[in-house]
Write a protein that binds this ligand. Structure first.
Ligand code: ADP
Ligand code: MG
Ligand code: MG
Length: 892
């Protein structure tokens, strides 16, 4: 059985991204729409996966490529390798998920010492032919043969210097012929063999290089950062060449159907006359703004804007486009639904609803919780004193302050040390990816809004100012100058504003974003007097709230947190951690509790703690009104509240040295700390085990809760309390505790003369609890999945140790794509959640189910919890809006 690995552009559509890659699929789509696309074909991602697994191409690939190439030759009436009139092609990478600038592309494949003469004759331009040839040698040498790019750039720089010209367009045919000779020499030197003259051999090697680029280090880093699977592989698109470097009526450029930074409608983009391919993105020459193309080639400009309208109408979204003009003739080389900033995403989505292009559900689908998070970041204070030192392009929004670094490595080292940095480069290239990820902001002195730095930063949501041309970035001496004056040296602080393109010396203070203020309930969007960005956010939040089934609660330990959570739209508290109430000045009482010699002493300590706990609960219950509040009884091991064993030992030893006995209390505490010391506290005496071991502890907490409830009721409130028992693994534990709690309830009800009530429930955070959920649900009235501990106990690794330790290795080796503590491991830990939910509900169909781990605020996890049928998620107050939005999106 033979498989089809090669698809001509006229077969295929935009929906076949997985097979054809984004580039191939959209070229096919444009071909079907009748737009001017140079003929070509795409080799499928299947072929790449075959190659990755088998180490060689599928046997039928070569013949299929030859057939498809033959078709292109017939189409164009020109043959590959024909010395008189050669067909040239580009060999382009294209994965299903866009990975801008991460994979390889080789242009002008098919040129050699002979065909270059044919190209010169046919085009009438020797200069153009030599320029194309030197580009092939350069790209082939670098990407296919792995030769250091600098070796070629040096030759270009030297030649320009010798000729006394600033740009490569000023080099003559003669100059370029010299460059070609030198490039060939470099290749022969570096590889030990001359540049392959056989076009088919060039093609074969280029295809292989594109396959290989899938697993280049930078591509792996990018996929890890973007959580893209390493398994998918890239397609390879072979496209007949058109030439933007032919003459002065030729150009190459990039266009957007809307401003990707703000979402505003209009024509945006950059172009260069007499240039090819990557010149625009590489920031080699300063680009011109797209509307000026109308001055160079008016008919082409009109045609292009027409096509842009067609594409936006067809894709019903912002499109980004690569085009080339060859002697006044327009060619479309790429389109895709364009990356955009978070603000643009919200604005575009609601604008398209207003324009009747999409409905509100679709608009909600097109924004994300991650984007909303970005909009909540603070911005620079306009009123603060600040010294503007340069102005560049607002490439990717945000306010970043950090120490200046000039190379990726420094950014990465500083990140490990927790130091914020601004990566400053003349222009970035794909090798800078690691540094861009590590830095807090990126600043370049060259390149437009479509330069590498801008495109990658937008994709990563990283603050970026590019093309700050007044700055002279001296990477060698690690200094930035402007008009001769030193602006900053390595290690100096710089503030960059990616929303305005401004660069400031030193550290500029920040103020909250307007979106954050709106989400915190400080701005009323119904009033109408808000920015259009806040109006868009408000509108989509309303859609999400109307659509979602999951309720959103917050984790809050104090009345202030609870109030903040309420303002952000929390519909209850899913987790009050009572251990936070045992810290600070109250530590001493915990020590007393541990030191108590008998029941009587212990009871006395508990009675001292009682009123403090009660007051804490009153504040929280008041803040939450009638919304449910889930209070978890004491969870962590006691020694966490006691002094550090080493510190205390030293203190006792010191005073003994001085001949004194030291305080008696210190010695007693030390003995207790030693007694309580555990090898694996995480798996030791904590949670319900503590409640069962220290008589009266959980009873005291329950009494405090009930008395608080009574207090709030008397004041006219209607609190809704849920008491949650942590770390349960057996129904017997729960039964014992329930007996104690019920007794306390009866007592307190008798004392206060009010009908107090609470629900009693349990955390499901141990695998055994999930497996025995049917039994546990006989007693528990609700479950809250504690996915942090459930992750630790399911994987058998501790969060702190993993994240500080071998986790990096696991990520690098692709064993884990993301931390299971950030996003729930749906197949393992998630399976236990599913089992727990199912079995619990089998016993009690009305069992309330929630989740209170970090995962409650993570978009992917929220979608998962929606699908397994939980009732609510609980997350930190700050994440509540994100959770509301994603809970809405989960239903779509
Ligand atoms: P990337 O994914 O990095 O954008 P591309 O495959 O799109 O890589 O190609 C890099 C550059 O070369 C782009 O500017 C593209 O427009 C240009 N290019 C690709 N194929 C051709 C072609 N057949 N003719 C002219 N220019 C091309
Ligand atoms: Mg491209
Ligand atoms: Mg826990």
């Amino acid at each position: 059985m033979t498989s089809t690995y090669v698809h001509p552009f006229r077969e295929g559509s935009k929906d076949e991204r997985a097979l054809l890659g984004g580039k191939g699929a959209n070229l096919a789509e444009m071909t079907r729409l009748g737009l001017p696309v140079p003929p070509g074909f795409t080799i499928t991602t299947d072929a790449c996966r075959y190659y990755m697994h088998e180490g060689e191409n599928p046997p039928e690939l070569a013949a299929q490529v030859a057939t498809a190439l033959g078709e292109v030759e017939r189409d164009l009436g020109r043959a590959f390798g024909d010395p008189a009139d050669p067909l040239l092609v580009s060999v382009r990478s294209g994965a299903a998920m866009s990975m801008p600038g991460m994979l390889e592309t080789v242009l002008n494949v098919g040129l050699n010492d002979e065909t270059v003469r044919g190209l010169a004759e046919r085009s009438g331009s020797e200069r153009f032919a030599q320029d194309s040839y030197r580009r092939l040698l350069q790209m082939f040498g670098r990407t296919v043969q792995g030769i250091e790019g600098e070796r070629f750039e040096e030759v270009m720089d030297r030649t320009k210097a010798e000729r006394g010209v600033a740009t490569d367009v000023e080099l003559t045919a003669e100059d370029l012929r010299g460059v070609v000779e030198q490039f060939q020499r470099i290749i022969a030197e570096e590889t030990g063999a001359p540049f392959p003259q056989d076009p088919r051999e060039q093609l074969r090697q280029s295809i292989r290089a594109v396959f290989d680029s899938w697993n280049a280090p930078r591509a792996i880093i990018y996929r890890n950062a973007e959580r893209i699977s390493h398994e998918m592989g890239t397609a390879v698109t072979v496209c007949s060449m058109v030439f933007g470097n032919l003459d002065d009526r030729s150009a190459t450029g990039v266009a957007f159907t809307r401003d990707p930074a703000t979402g505003q409608g209009g024509v945006y983009g950059d172009f260069l006359v007499n240039a090819q391919g990557e010149d625009v993105v590489a920031g080699i020459r300063n680009t011109r703004s797209l509307p000026e193309l109308g001055e160079v080639v008016p008919e082409v400009y009109a045609e292009l804007t027409g096509i842009m309208e067609t594409l936006e109408g067809h894709y019903r979204d912002l499109c980004d486009i690569e085009f080339t003009v060859e002697s006044g003739h327009l060619w479309m080389l790429q389109t895709r639904v364009g990356k955009r900033t978070a603000a643009a995403a919200f604005r575009i989505a609601t604008t398209l609803v207003d324009e009747g292009v999409i409905d509100e559900d679709e608009a909600l689908r097109r924004v994300s919780g991650e984007q909303l998070t970005r909009l909540m970041f603070p911005r620079f204070d306009d009123h603060a004193e600040r010294e503007l030192v340069a102005r560049g392009l607002n490439a990717s929004p945000g306010a970043a302050v950090g120490e200046v670094v000039f190379d990726s490595e420094s950014a990465i080292t500083q990140q490990h040390e927790g130091v914020a940095t601004i990566l400053v480069r003349r222009e970035t290239n794909p090798e800078d990816l690691g540094g861009m990820l590590a830095a807090d902001g990126v600043l370049t002195s060259r390149g437009g809004k479509t330069s590498h730095a801008a495109v990658v930063a937008r994709g990563l949501g990283k603050t970026c100012v590019c093309g700050a041309e007044s700055l002279e970035v001296d990477e060698k001496n690690k200094v930035i100058r402007s008009g001769g004056e030193v602006i900053a040296r390595e290690g100096d602080l710089l503030s960059i504003d990616g929303s305005t393109g401004e660069v400031f010396r030193g550290e500029v203070p920040v103020v909250p974003s307007e979106v954050a203020q709106y989400l915190a309930g400080e701005v009323d969007a119904e009033g109408g007097d808000v920015s259009d960005l806040v109006a868009s956010v408000h509108r989509l939040m309303t859609v999400a709230d109307r659509t979602r089934r999951l309720r959103v609660r917050a984790n809050a330990d104090t009345a202030e947190d609870a109030a903040r959570a309420r303002a952000m739209g929390a519909e209850g508290i899913g987790l009050v951690r009572t251990e936070h109430m045992f810290l600070g000045p109250r530590r001493k009482h915990v020590e007393d509790l541990v030191l108590a010699a008998d029941d009587e002493e212990r009871q006395a300590v508990l009675e001292r703690l009682l009123p403090m706990q009660r007051d804490d609960f009153v504040g929280i219950l008041e803040a939450m009104g009638t919304h449910p509040v889930t209070i978890r009884l004491l969870d962590p091991p006691l020694h966490e509240f006691l002094p550090d064993i080493t510190d205390l030992s030293v203190k006792v030893a010191r005073s003994e040295e001085r001949g004194k006995k030291g305080s008696k209390r210190d010695r007693r505490v030390l003995a207790a700390v030693r007694r309580l010391h555990e090898q694996n506290p995480m798996l030791g005496l904590r949670g319900v085990r503590l409640g069962l071991t220290i008589p009266g502890l959980y009873g005291m907490q329950t009494r405090a809760i009930l008395e608080a409830e009574a207090h709030v009721r008397r004041a006219g409130g209607e609190p809704h309390v849920e008491i949650m028992i942590p770390l349960v693994s057996s129904i017997r534990e729960l039964l014992e505790i329930k007996r104690e709690l019920d007794a306390v309830r009866e007592e307190v009800v008798g004392e206060v003369g009010l009908d107090l009530d609470f629900r009693i429930g349990t955390m499901i955070e141990l695998p055994r609890a999930a497996l025995r959920a049917d039994e546990i649900a006989e007693v528990a009235e609700f479950f809250s999945f504690g996915t942090n501990d459930l992750t630790q106990t399911t994987w058998g690794f501790s969060r702190d140790d993993v994240e500080a330790g071998f986790f990096f290795t696991y990520k690098d080796r692709g064993i884990l794509l993301t931390s299971p503590f950030e996003s729930i491991d749906q197949y393992g830990v998630g399976e236990l959640v599913r089992i727990g939910a199912e079995r619990g509900r089998r016993t009690n169909p009305r069992l309330k189910l929630g989740v209170c781990g970090e995962h409650g605020g993570d978009p992917d996890s929220i979608h998962f919890f929606h699908h397994v049928g939980l009732d609510y998620v609980s997350c930190s107050p700050f994440r509540v809006p994100v959770a509301r939005l994603e809970a809405g999106r989960a239903t779509l």
